[in-house]
Write a protein that binds this ligand. Sequence first.
Ligand code: SF4
Length: 190
Amino acid sequence: MVEMDKSKDKSKIIRMCGIEPESIVDGPGFRYVIFVQGCPHHCHGCHNPESWAFDGGYDMTVNEIFEDICGRPWLRGVTFSGGEPFEQVPALLDLAKNIKGAGLTLMSYSGYTLEELEARHDKETDELLEMLDILVDGRYDEKLRNLTLVYCGSENQRVIDMKKTRIARREGDHGMVIPYKSGFDFEIKI
Ligand code: SF4
């Protein structure tokens, strides 16, 4: 792999809390998980409160992260987690374009609901939503905690199949949200 000359790296900066380069619990398949720094939601029982402070964490450029992703050809996709990814839309949008261009799937968590994000009427937010295969939306609610849920922690949160949702909406089902169903779902008969 060719080492990047960081002095020439003019790509946008992402404020980072951490990286899990090979996760199997944050979406389908092997995934590279980016935990961004900064979250305004402060949910009770949050599993990652060290990600809240917007002045915490460290900087990485979009190119640095993408180069690291490209060095792992076994990955199926990338997941944006947090922190709140939708507080860093411009830089994550650039990274998302690279990720999708490389043929990887893209999933994001957000404490905002899909409807709250759409109500921003912000071009870059809309573009980032358009690139997602899966969105897990909504704040974590400790009172609705359910350990049997896949990819989320409380029953108010939704794991949304964004591709199917976009198709349904184009066909006229405005406001429709289609839940994601894992390809590995099967019924066990005993
Ligand atoms: S949105 Fe996520 S990272 Fe932010 S406080 Fe809630 S659970 Fe924690």
